[in-house]
Design a binder for this molecule. Sequence first.
Ligand code: C2O
Length: 345
Amino acid sequence: APLTPPDLTKCHKATDEFPTPHKVDCCPPDYGKAKMVDFTPPSPKDPLRIRKAAHKYNLDDIAKFEAAIAKMKALPTNHPWNYYQQATIHCTYCNGAFDQLNTKTLLQVHGNWFFLPWHRYYLYFWEKILGKLIGDDTFAIPFWNWDAPKGMYMPLMYLNEKSPLFDGTRDKRHYKSVLDYRYSMGAPNPTDPKPVVTNNLEMLSSMFKETLNLPALFMGKPLRAGENPTTSTTAPGSCETLHNVMHQWVGPTTSPYWNMGNFHTAARDTIFFAHHGNVDRMWDIYNNSRGQRHEFSDPDWLDSSFIFYDENEQLVNCKVRDCPTPQSLRYIYHPEPIPWTNNRR
Ligand code: C2O
């Protein structure tokens, strides 16, 4: 059966695994009291949002994005749009603050086929809220173009210490070093970026080639209502597994790995949303290569739903079937060359 929204009155403590498992508070404010409605996808007449690569942002783009983030950070701490409340949503769904409805089984959107759709909605509402805060209904968030050689670095705008995009918890050794998809925690920086870039492109290329006809390998394996996300046969897709590397690479090398290296805190770092922008873009590229077909026709996937606060502070129930493509949510990725499509191993 499809996943249904949890009982909102039953939010409980979540678990942070590091340095040893302990309870943390990740419940959204007033969830128990809010009334939920079904999500209505935007109309084709609504303005289109165009997400651009972070490393290509010009000064005006940066100023606008910074202004929006600064406003979000300045909201009262218990406001559902507050920057840290928005970050906490990730903890809610990632660190087990809810049980699946009428069960004692935790709700988890990582490590299974919900990874991509859940994060698509998460970014979508974050973007809409930011746009609303600065009164711009075409506002779009940047993506970290880590699949292009020039994008395989932390985008510069996140490294300005005076910017609201800055986060002092990142691994400083990586401020100017090339991102290595084979990075393992604490490994030294590569001396020559060239072979690293080549290898990254090859890894992407084979990842797409190997999974093109096997969505469960790219997207993640099924998790159905009532199944335990840690003990069932579910598994993350290759897209998620690769994305974990960037989390570790940006975050610090010491436990508890706050912010980016720990799911409890990852979304406190603004670069999280640029990273996930590109993860979402990978799904879009994958989906386009397959002729925009649903990756799974199984209603257990399509009819599963998640809850979010929308840009009107309304709690909405969002079904996987309503976010098959960026276009269906009225945004697109600004076309960038895809340098790895011809990089066959
Ligand atoms: Cu919800 Cu990058 O993880």
